[in-house]
Design a protein around this ligand. Structure first.
Ligand code: NAD
Ligand code: ZN
Ligand code: ZN
Length: 344
């Protein structure tokens, strides 16, 4: 079969590999759609040894069951499913609570992270990773598994602050950010301020229900502080889906005292956290800083429900498998709006 693999750090290639055989407890999935996540670029850029090579990328997968290995119950050929990408150890305290995204043994264990992913015609996955998607379009189902799940989990972590009358600032309206806006609209009654460098992303944010859109840049923090009320106002919750130095600086300058900063993006910036009462402090007093990772299987089921109910819809640009490397280059250039989805 054809697969798009990271053959060495920084190198993505379309190659031929043997079709995998499902092991005990696994299913062979015919891949219907795979989202191109910005994290795949971080994986490609990571130092040698961080991730296995060669490895098929792709951790945002939906497909159709082709066959089931020994001992698989409840899944039959033809069943349509989304893949929960994390593979925790299953035994640590976090996994036992169903929080595999906090696994203490395999913190980065997953399909397309520690074993072959879905940028291929077929992928073998543990049957326990599958969730039914019914008759949903698979190009819609795939982005739910990360671009949908990760912001959903981040919103869950801040749920107690997302009350009517509060403000949530969302920075980076790309694959994850445009889903975050819809999750906020569908599940909260907060005022939403969207921030991005791209005019197209801000247009999309406006269409998806952001109450204010603010161009990213050195003036963004002052603009947002005016929008969210006179000092000592500030945003109750900030979701940063970029994580670069300028966005982290904007985030800490606009978060309210006692607010929540959720740093989802992995662009390499640093947040100075110091317990001081200076004016202005690097991070306000009583502020919680969280670095969320992906989400839980139970949350994915809720995200799929939002998708099936039509409340969460990825803005999708599709590419055939052979064009996956071009899709990633376009993502790197900032030329993808919403989510690029590869259809093998
Ligand atoms: P994306 O490329 O689709 O979207 C990024 C968006 O940020 C784009 O709209 C871009 O215009 C905007 N942007 C870039 N630089 C900016 C800046 N300086 N100021 C404001 N906006 C800016 O990426 P994505 O797939 O949505 O992923 C976003 C980030 O989240 C990536 O770093 C990715 O690795 C990370 N991620 C983290 C997790 C997690 O569990 N923590 C999960 C998935 C993705
Ligand atoms: Zn991802
Ligand atoms: Zn574990």
């Amino acid at each position: 079969m054809r697969a798009v693999r990271m053959t060495a750090p920084g190198t993505l290639e379309l190659t031929d590999v043997p079709t995998p055989q499902p092991g005990p407890g696994e299913v062979l999935l015919r891949v219907g759609a795979v989202g191109a996540c910005h994290s795949d670029l971080h994986i490609l850029d990571a130092a040698a040894g961080m991730f296995p090579t060669p490895m098929t990328l792709g951790h945002e997968i939906a497909g159709t069951v082709e066959s089931a290995g020994a001992g698989v119950d409840g899944w039959s050929p033809g069943d349509r499913a989304a893949v929960y990408g994390i593979i925790g150890c299953g035994r640590c305290r976090a996994c036992l609570r169903g929080e595999e995204n906090r696994c203490r043994v395999n913190p980065l264990g997953g399909i397309g992270l520690s074993r072959d992913g879905g940028l291929a015609e077929y992928v073998a996955v543990p049957a326990s990773r599958l969730l039914h998607v019914g008759d949903m379009d698979l190009t819609q189902a795939a982005p739910l598994t990360d671009a949908g799940l990760t912001p959903y989990h981040a919103v869950e972590l801040a749920r107690d602050r997302l009350r009517p009358g509060t403000t949530c600032v969302v920075i980076g309206i790309g694959g994850l950010g445009h889903m975050a806006l819809q999750i906020l609209v569908a599940t909260t009654a907060v005022r939403i301020v969207a921030v991005d460098t791209s005019v197209a992303a801000l247009d999309l944010a406006g269409r998806l229900g952001a109450h204010h859109v603010v161009p990213a840049g050195p003036d963004a923090a002052a603009t947002i502080r005016e929008l969210v009320g006179p000092p000592p106002g500030g945003a109750d919750v900030v979701l940063d889906f970029v994580g670069a130095q300028p966005t982290l600086d904007t985030a800490r300058q606009v978060v309210a005292t006692g607010g929540h900063l959720l740093l989802v993006g992995l662009a390499g910036g640093t947040l100075p956290v110091r317990p001081v009462a200076d004016e202005p402090p690097p991070v306000p007093l009583e502020t919680s800083v969280v670095v969320p990772f992906w989400g839980t299987r139970a949350e994915l089921q809720e995200v799929i429900a939002l998708g099936r109910d039509g409340r969460l819809h990825a803005d999708v640009q599709t590419f055939p498998l052979a064009e996956a490397p071009e899709a990633y280059e376009a993502l790197r250039r900032g030329d993808i709006h919403g989510r690029a989805v590869i259809v093998p």
